[in-house]
Design a protein around this ligand. Structure first.
Ligand SMILES: C[S@@+](CC[C@H](N)C(=O)[O-])C[C@H]1O[C@@H](n2cnc3c(N)ncnc32)[C@H](O)[C@@H]1O
Length: 226
């Protein structure tokens, strides 16, 4: 039995590799933002302007050089209900129940080195049991995005807005939420905000520390990204 890095009444966070720490597999719904497998590297390592960014060290996400992390976790999850972030640059997982688009309104194009500036990410809905009550969720979810500010404020290169995670979790089947790629803990904070139990795993201790701090802050954790 692994000792949690952080725990409270609702959330347990483990520090380590989710291929070795298996407690998250006991949860009921997977809501995760894994390394996308696209070799992503941040151009927003900090928020101190272009001068400070020059010469910064790499801010890559661990495991992002291939889709292995995502695909391995999905194999372990074995077809149960899941909401998983991803990029159109690598093949989608299957079979898809729904494809959602996270539209990042306000994304800043100054750093774009292509004729086409991607302002969305994909969200895959997999498995069964998503409740049908109420108005159906629209497939395009828009948030206001100021990436460099949020990255600097949170201290993780790819934080997801807590509001976005809460909207997704709210649509999930009942039960405990699993996030084996917890990062700065946005999924766990959102689950806690909704009064749902959650289990997270994060490889990088720096991000565990950030997640634990955000979780301990509880309701004081404010703003879309906080
Ligand atoms: C895309 S980020 C998640 C960001 C998170 N949604 C947030 O809002 O901060 C993916 C995270 O997975 C972590 N990671 C990569 N491989 C892992 C593994 N094998 N086990 C646990 N965590 C892993 C990385 O360190 C990174 O923080």
């Amino acid at each position: 039995m692994t000792e949690p890095y952080y725990s409270d009444d609702l959330v347990t966070l483990y520090h380590g590799d989710c291929r070795e720490i298996t407690e998250w597999l006991e949860a009921d719904v997977l809501v995760t933002d894994p390394p996308y497998g696209v070799g992503w590297e941040s151009r927003h390592g900090d928020n101190r302007g272009p001068r400070a960014r020059r010469g910064r060290t790499s801010n890559a996400v661990a495991g992002d050089d291939s889709p292995e992390a995502r695909d391995g976790a999905l194999v372990e999850w074995a077809g149960r209900p899941a909401v998983v972030f991803g990029s159109w640059r690598i093949p989608r997982p299957a079979p898809l129940r729904a494809l959602l688009i996270w539209n990042k309104d306000g994304a800043y194009s100054a750093m774009c080195r292509s004729a086409f500036f991607t302002v969305h990410e994909e969200i895959y809905v997999l498995g069964d049991g998503f409740p049908m009550e109420g108005k159906p969720m629209r497939s395009v979810i828009t948030t206001t995005e100021h990436r460099s500010q949020h990255t600097a404020a949170i201290g993780h290169p790819t934080p997801k807005p807590v509001d976005l995670m809460a909207r997704l979790i709210d649509r999930c089947p009942p039960g405990v939420i699993a996030d084996p790629f917890a990062g700065s803990g946005s999924t766990l904070v959102a689950a806690k905000r909704l009064g749902r139990k959650a289990i997270g795993v994060e490889l990088d201790e720096r991000y565990c520390e950030i997640a634990a701090r955000r979780l301990a802050q509880g309701v004081l954790d404010f703003g879309g990204f906080a």
